[in-house]
Write a protein that binds this ligand. Structure first.
Ligand code: FEO
Length: 392
């Protein structure tokens, strides 16, 4: 396919040369309703430097953007911030076009990962505190292990005060405008929170360590690996990361359930409205209708998590099992909650849901709600009163 994509100059002689994936709707299970970008950056200095590449499906677009400012063979330095193929996928292709380029990566994880995927290329390894000069500019490497892979690192250019942050501070958002102030800030922050919840939630401690390491740097631009480049709202996104990586929860509830014949759904309604009556805003998520990634984004900072399922074939509904499994992998914060559901004759699933909530680390604050067949008004009123009386 012919590509006529152009680079975008983001600072004098520094170009965005990434790719926009408008159609992406699923990123290894994370539902990306607004697509994404794979951001890469080209610095024209004495040594022509490329920071990251793009997913292999977008290699032509990425190379087209580079070629719009310089022949790829002139690239001297390639920085690989992260082995995950959305950033390294076109590395081999670009290394073939720029055979003399040195490829900088972390040791041992970056080196191991890149070698496993792309074979022996011209790798140079770096560690915390290392820096290289590329001419008028220097590049300082800050490894950020487990943020979110063992090899991850960010790169700081002090002469430009630009932080090339790769996955950190990014969001899955396809847009034709490269900067935060050219886009809707509410949308960006919502997508950044969703990104943090679905990708970085297990690594709050590592995020805090990284924020500390970056704390002394003067930053006038954060050039991310996905979505927009931050130049106006830098302190806002950093403050968000400080909050998101903390243990602090908001006084909100998420009621998450599936239902077969509306009975568990009716209980979910009563629970949702009872929390609201206690002045605790509650969100109502029927798993048939809302993507897991969105639900998990709301659960992330909600103090209360209440999960319901009827019983099917002696088990909880597969949708509920999938939600709990996904959440468990994200090692959520310390929520409080309980299980609920209606049942026809055996109703084992409600205990299974409670067991799983405990396994995930949820503090059980209310005895599981088990109502047979169709809940009666009296049962629902009693449940409402019990929730209203609950001291939390
Ligand atoms: Fe955007 Fe972890 O890759």
């Amino acid at each position: 396919m012919i590509n006529n994509c152009k680079a975008v100059e983001i600072a004098k002689n520094i170009f965005w040369v990434g790719a926009v994936d408008w159609n992406l709707r699923n990123f290894h299970g994370y539902e990306t309703s607004r697509g994404t970008t794979y951001n890469a950056y080209l610095i024209l200095d004495e040594k022509v430097t490329l920071i990251d590449t793009a997913k292999i499906d977008f290699a032509d677009e990425f190379i087209s953007r580079i070629s719009s400012v310089i022949s790829p063979e002139k690239i001297d330095v390639i920085i690989s911030s992260h082995v995950e193929p959305d950033h390294s996928g076109s590395l081999k292709k670009i290394a073939e076009l720029a055979p003399n380029a040195e490829i900088f990566t972390t040791n041992p994880n970056g080196l191991k990962g890149l070698t496993a995927r792309y074979g022996n290329l011209n790798y140079k390894t770096v560690k915390a505190g290392d820096k290289i000069s590329v001419g008028e500019r220097s590049l300082h490497f800050v490894p950020t292990p487990m943020l979110h892979w063992p090899d991850s690192m960010v790169t700081y250019c002090p002469e430009e005060k630009i932080l090339f942050s790769n996955d950190a501070f990014g969001e899955h958002l396809a847009t034709s405008m490269r900067f935060d102030d050219e886009n809707n800030l509410d949308v960006i922050l919502a997508e950044a929170k969703k990104y943090y919840a679905n990708i970085l939630m297990p690594y709050g401690k590592q995020a805090q360590i990284a924020l500390k390491a970056l704390g002394d740097l003067e930053i006038k631009m954060i050039a991310t690996g996905h979505g927009v480049i931050w130049r106006k709202n830098i302190s806002k996104i950093i403050d968000c990361y400080k909050f998101w990586s903390s243990d602090e929860l908001e006084n909100r509830a998420c009621v998450v359930f599936d239902s077969m014949w509306h009975s568990t759904e009716i209980i979910a309604q009563t629970i949702t409205e009872s929390f609201a009556k206690k002045n605790i805003p509650a969100a109502y998520y029927d798993l048939k209708f809302t993507p897991l990634s969105d639900i998990v984004t709301d659960v992330f900072k909600s103090k209360y998590l209440i999960v319901g399922s009827p019983t099917i074939n002696s088990q909880m509904m597969p949708t509920v099992a999938k939600f709990l499994s996904y959440l468990k992998g994200l090692q959520p914060l310390k929520h409080k909650g309980f299980a609920f559901g209606s049942f026809g004759w055996s109703g084992q699933s409600i205990q299974f849901v409670e067991d799983e909530l405990k396994e995930i680390g949820v503090e059980i604050i209310f005895d599981k709600v088990r109502l047979s067949n169709v809940p009666t008004i009296e049962q629902l009123d009693k449940l409402e009163k019990e929730i209203l009386d609950l001291e939390i």
